[in-house]
Design a binder for this molecule. Structure first.
Ligand SMILES: [Zn+2]
Ligand SMILES: [Zn+2]
Length: 731
């Protein structure tokens, strides 16, 4: 009999401790297998973490351990799901993020393999069935049967579903003359892309590549202005490592937004490339995962979760656009792909290459201290000049076009000029929908989300009011639900409203809109991007999605409609976000042979994030922003952790929050600054009240221990639950 310890997830019991079961059956089972068990009268899936043979019977074991033990119902897998090194990685991630190991495993595995009950209904391997000859013997066969047997002999293997004479085939199978071979099928259809012209590397690129190859350092930060050809550096280095028999892991922020990277890799390395990202169906994900695990694919290109891809023998890990916030998962275990990349790199003795035009302050600071090796690409390819940039002050009414709410005279002129010259325009407005809120002019009623309590956004395209946080939707109405007045005011604007204005002002122009509403339909985003690249539209209007990594050679004008959205958000990162967004957006133009120009409209024309983004001067911004972080005691000068306390009863939540603050103050004293309680921007989640605490600290060990104690003390409590986010972003 085997005594087995396993991890489970069950409501509040997603604890970081194993539960004991016994197994008397004879299926093979080991660490890393999933098993079906009974827990609190429910069948759930457990994940085996330890196993030992025992000669004792159940009663003796219960006596020894001091609690009741039940039997495992069944073993689910026929091989372990995670390799040993991924198990070790799971331990490290769980330790660093103070997260339960089961939550880490769930983040690591594709949904169809994760230790959840629902995974049992998930996709299995798909097969193509082929018919092959078993032995050739025409004796006792009818003419029809001989005909088919010969056909198979001449064409084997033949796909079973291509054979129309099913009854005859069955006869041949019965007689043992042919047999069926099952071949694993890859459900993700990867288009054949034309092989792009292999570009000659520039002197700059060669210098960077050689510096990388000739150094023994582990982690590199490649800082390259927009349009400097970072992708070519990635491709060349990847090729090097593949030739050495190593595998390569390439992370991109979001594949649907940056199809170029995936394409470049597929066209250069073909079938060796596996793709992992959120747009894949569970079945496709499952196939890709297996292809990586069994070694058929040695390059993985994917978004955040691809950092856990079951690659072995990794030589190089690349994180493109390392500053992008989607690398941080905003649900437990709150991991950041960059941190995990560093852990994985160490385990495999692999080099890690982080790249960006606007590196995160944390990474740039580490490079400044020599923790990372700094590489720089300072010139654009072919020495294209950076776009000429003008900042327009929106608070001066004389700058605004009389027929518009928001377009400046200058921007309107330049759009017209671009259209006249058959060039393309990108307009960025960092908010989707039509208006940002709807208010009653008579009584002041504001339409709010019933769960999140934040204002609803009006979407004209489907006449709906939507919550941009939880996706709550209600139909928009004519009258105020409070006083019945029909004077409802829609204030603020988003992508839809800009599109409407543009269509009015430039009726001849063809427009496209790209925002997360477009993302609701699978494959819609790449379609829009492709269509714009093929010049099927003149103006692309969108949110920050349009600022990411695209290469549109005919874009000569980028307009940032309102650069301030974001600056006013209460976060120590807001300046950094605005700087990154504008720099990336401005970098979209002037990438072909044509010169580019950018207009930045703003209410804060002298804010350093905006003026330095206009000059594309990352280094200057970095120094200025570091000063302000230092003065305010924010990362990279300190570490942050946030604690969210949630519960059904608001009073209980508040009481507990204060209790936790007192406790932490007592325990940490001068080792940390504790801020709060604060009510988060979205104060409710799943009808739970939320409060937050922020901890700023320098001494990692002391704070970590205090947080561990706190987590242990509060686990299993029914009235509140707490979650800890290490290195949180939304503050
Ligand atoms: Zn009203
Ligand atoms: Zn909501």
């Amino acid at each position: 009999m085997k005594l087995i310890e396993l991890l489970i997830e069950y409501g509040n019991y997603s604890l970081n401790r194993p539960f004991s079961y016994v197994y008397k059956g004879n299926k093979p089972v080991d660490i890393g297998y999933r098993v079906l068990v009974n827990f609190n009268n429910k069948e759930i899936v457990g994940y085996v973490t330890s196993i030992r043979e025992t000669n004792k019977n159940v009663e003796e074991l219960e006596e020894e351990l001091g609690f009741n033990i039940s039997e495992i119902i069944d073993v689910i897998d026929s091989s372990p799901l995670l390799s040993e090194d991924l198990m070790t990685l799971a331990d490290e991630v769980s330790e660093y993020y103070l997260a339960s190991k089961i939550s880490v495993l769930q983040a690591m595995l594709p949904p169809s393999l994760s230790p959840r009950r629902s995974s049992l209904k998930a996709p299995k391997i798909a097969y193509d069935q082929y018919v092959e000859l078993a032995k050739y013997d025409e004796d006792d066969l009818t003419y029809k049967q001989i005909e088919l047997l010969r056909l198979i002999k001449d064409n084997e293997p033949v796909k079973k579903r291509e054979i129309k004479q099913v009854t005859i085939l069955n006869k041949l199978l019965e007689k043992g003359l042919v047999k069926i071979k099952k071949v694993e099928k890859r459900r993700l259809v990867i288009e054949d892309y034309e092989t792009p012209k292999k570009l000659n590397l520039t002197e700059d690129q060669n210098r960077v590549i050689n510096e990388f190859k000739n150094s023994d350092d582990e982690v590199y930060l490649l800082e390259g202005v927009t349009g400097s050809g970072k992708s070519e550096v990635y491709l060349s280095l990847s090729e090097e490592y593949l030739n050495k028999g190593k595998s390569v892991l390439v992370l991109v922020p979001e594949i649907s937004l940056t199809p170029m990277m995936m394409r470049n890799y597929i066209s250069r390395f073909g079938d060796k490339v596996a793709i992992i990202h959120s747009e894949l169906t569970p079945a496709e994900k499952y196939d890709e995962y297996r292809k990586i695990a069994n070694g058929e694919c040695t390059i993985v290109v994917g978004a955040r979760s691809a950092i856990f891809a079951p690659l072995s023998n990794i030589g190089l890990i690349i994180l493109d656009e390392e500053h992008v916030e989607s690398y941080k998962q905003d649900t437990p275990p709150f991991y950041h792909a960059r941190e995990v990349a560093l852990m994985r790199g160490k385990m495999h003795n692999a080099k890690v290459l982080l790249g960006s035009a606007t590196p995160s302050l944390e990474s740039r600071a580490r490079a400044g201290k020599g923790v990372y090796h700094l590489l720089r690409l300072e010139n654009r390819i072919n020495n294209q000049p950076l776009p000429k940039t003008t900042i327009i002050n929106l608070s001066d009414y004389r700058n605004i076009d009389k027929e518009s709410y928001i377009l400046s005279i200058k921007l309107r002129e330049l759009i017209q000029k671009a259209l006249d010259n058959f060039n393309q325009v990108i307009l960025l407005i960092n908010r989707r929908g039509f208006s940002s809120s709807v208010t009653c002019r008579s009584c002041g009623y504001i339409f709010k989300c019933p769960t999140c309590q934040i204002p609803l956004t009006y979407h004209r395209s489907d006449m709906m009011l939507k919550c941009h946080h939880c996706n709550y939707v209600e139909p928009s109405v004519e009258n105020c639900p409070n006083c019945g007045s029909k004077y409802l005011m829609r204030s603020g604007f988003g992508t839809e409203r800009i599109e409407e204005e543009i269509n009015k002002m430039f009726p001849e122009a063809r427009t496209l809109r790209l925002d997360s509403d477009s993302a609701k339909i699978r494959a819609k985003i790449p379609q829009i991007v492709e269509s714009f690249r093929r010049k099927e539209a003149d103006i692309l209007i969108g949110t920050q999605m349009i600022a990411k990594g695209h290469d549109f050679p005919d874009v000569t004008l980028v307009g940032v409609i309102m650069a301030d959205i974001g600056l006013s958000l209460p976060s120590y990162r807001s300046s950094e976000r605005v700087f990154q967004l504008i720099t990336q957006a401005v970098g979209r133009c002037g990438r072909g042979d044509k010169k580019g120009e950018a207009i930045i409209q703003t209410y804060s024309p002298s804010h350093y994030a905006i003026t330095m983004a206009a000059r594309q001067d990352y280094e200057l911004f970095y120094r200025r922003e570091m000063e302000s972080r230092k003065a305010q005691g924010y990362p990279p000068y300190t570490y942050l952790a946030s604690i969210t306390i949630s519960g059904k009863v608001e009073e209980t939540v508040i009481d507990n929050t204060y209790r936790i603050i007192d406790k932490l103050n007592e325990e940490l004293g001068d080792d940390a600054v504790i801020l709060g309680p604060t009510t988060p921007f979205v104060p409710y989640e799943n009808s739970n009240h939320l409060r937050m605490i922020l901890i700023k600290y320098k001494n990692v060990d002391i704070v970590r221990n205090a947080l561990k104690k706190l987590i242990n003390a509060s686990s299993g409590k029914a009235s509140i639950s707490i979650s800890v986010n290490i290195d949180p972003y939304n503050f």
